[in-house]
Design a protein around this ligand. Sequence first.
Ligand SMILES: [Zn+2]
Length: 168
Amino acid sequence: MQVVVYPDPVLRRGGKEVTEFTPDLKALADRMFAAMYQEGGVGLAAPQVAIELKLLVLNPEGNTKDRSGERVLCNPKITRKKGREWGEEGCLSFPGIHAEVERWQKITVTYRDLDGTEQSLDTEGWLARIIQHEMDHLDGVLFVDRLSPADRLRVRGTLAELESRASR
Ligand SMILES: [Zn+2]
């Protein structure tokens, strides 16, 4: 399973609601975790592996030594949010780019787990940031869309490099 890199248009398509909570969905989540760990990420959204579903996986530890923080969120929605905070982010679909993004500091997110059971999670800080970053992917929104004007200028060259690599 390959992680899709900018400017692949699939990244702009986002995902559709998950309606079937089958063993296939579990197998897909497992493959996404494997791809995420292989690339050294802390989160991965289905559109990043060219699958148009509202499904994301994450582990704030970012490695297989501690898998206790693994979560799979289907059809996530933020139902409460509080405070704004800037913090550094990267993205497996944007190799070589790290930049500050403003996110909600505290969120409540409701979602379905792999069994289709509705779950609710109150969280803040790093985990809240990962969830918001990955949720953006489900809507075709990318973190570079949210950069400050100064950072947008700073990363322009790297974006152009990714674009020219894709057209080669
Ligand atoms: Zn990302």
